[in-house]
Ligand binder design. Structure first.
Ligand SMILES: NC(=O)c1ccc[n+]([C@@H]2O[C@H](COP(=O)([O-])OP(=O)(O)OC[C@H]3O[C@@H](n4cnc5c(N)ncnc54)[C@H](OP(=O)(O)O)[C@@H]3O)[C@@H](O)[C@H]2O)c1
Length: 325
């Protein structure tokens, strides 16, 4: 099959399309003929050699895809050859075929075309699992979403808004913040010009936010703690601002707050299956009703994978960058 190969670790230029052996669906797995995949920030780290695939995963880049079921492995029930699906992957998405545990397959939500469906698995599973399953965000609470105009952020704002929470978000330009407002953010903060701790304090009458979805890690650790309300939950999902920071335990203790960090990719398959099932149950109806929509920046061809990684690195995009296979 055709797949993206990397001649070595390095910049976007190391990526090209080559021929590799077809994957085979093992027991409990489904072989998917990929129609589209999406570029994730983690893919750019894997390309550079900083984020190797977990044991047993394909070494081909690609954490999500949409496509059609091509074959069923032993013991798989509930899916038919030809079904249109999207899937959360541990790797292997930048290819014509990928083998995926059946529990990580999801139907395409009604009203979403098959290419656009590739924009959904990572954002829906990451946002639902972290905001609602891990942080226990509930209606009436306030959430701070960092990086609101990114793939994760655009989805988090919409989902949190639809589920009745007040959304505060950060972004780097007025245009991006305008998009965040149109998606349902109640308060937008330009992280280049404003101090988000101060704005949060003003906007919450000094209480702080109940939950923070953080992409920055170390750089924002102390300021995130300052922005949290009593019994607040900080969920760190990204390390764009580094991995090592100083935790003020007194601040944490006085607020009876929690700091949690998670990675979707390295979770056991059973956890991922539970997350996918929850997403299909709770999120897909909102997508089918048009209340939460995938935000797609650009659809490119797999052969333009190097250019797509350059777009991601430049950071001027809003929402997801898709690759058709
Ligand atoms: N742990 C997990 O399971 C998991 C799963 C998926 C993604 N992630 C992580 O989640 C993060 C977002 O992913 P993505 O796909 O949405 O990537 P993305 O589309 O590239 O978005 C990155 C975001 O970072 C924002 N940003 C950059 N500097 C910032 C700063 N100083 N303060 C606040 N925001 C800043 C950007 O905002 P502007 O564009 O406005 O500058 C942009 O919205 C990444 O770190 C990714 O690795 C983690």
């Amino acid at each position: 099959m055709r797949a993206v190969v990397a001649e070595r670790n390095g910049g976007p230029e190391v990526l090209s399309v080559g021929e590799v052996p077809d994957p085979v669906a093992g027991p409990g797995e489904v072989l998917v003929e990929v129609v589209a995949t999406a570029v994730n920030r983690a893919d750019t780290l894997q390309r550079q050699g900083f984020y190797p695939p977990p044991p047993g995963a394909s070494d081909i880049i690609g954490l999500e895809c949409s496509g059609r079921v091509a074959a069923l492995g032993e013991g798989v029930e509930g899916w038919q050859v030809g079904d249109e699906v999207c899937a959360l992957l541990a790797g292997g998405g930048y290819a014509e075929l990928v083998a995926v545990p059946a529990g990580q397959l999801m139907p395409v939500p009604a009203g979403i075309d098959l290419v656009t469906a590739a924009a959904l698995p990572e954002v829906a599973c990451t946002v639902w699992s972290n905001l609602f399953m891990v942080a226990g965000l509930t209606a009436g609470e306030t959430v701070l979403v960092h990086g609101g105009a990114g793939g994760i952020g655009t989805f988090a704002i919409q989902l949190a808004h639809q589920l009745g929470t007040r959304v505060i978000t950060t972004g780097g330009t007025p245009d991006k913040l305008g998009l965040c407002g149109s998606l349902g953010a109640d308060v937008t903060i330009n992280y280049r010009e404003q101090d988000f701790v101060e704005v949060v304090r003003e906007q919450t009458d000094g209480h702080g936010v109940d939950v923070i979805l953080d992409n920055m890690g170390a750089k924002y650790l102390d300021r995130n703690l300052s922005a949290l309300a009593n019994e607040g939950r900080l969920v760190i999902i990204g390390m764009q601002g580094g991995t090592k920071g100083e935790l003020d335990i007194a601040k944490l203790l006085n607020k009876r707050a929690a700091v949690i960090a998670t990675s979707l990719r390295s979770r056991p398959a059973a956890d991922k299956a539970a997350i996918c099932a929850a997403v299909v149950e709770h999120v897909w109806p909102l997508v089918a009703d048009g209340l939460v929509r995938p935000i797609v920046h650009e659809v490119m061809s797999l052969k333009d994978v190097a250019a797509a990684h350059t777009v991601m690195a430049e950071g001027t995009h809003t929402g997801k960058i898709l690759l058709t296979v």
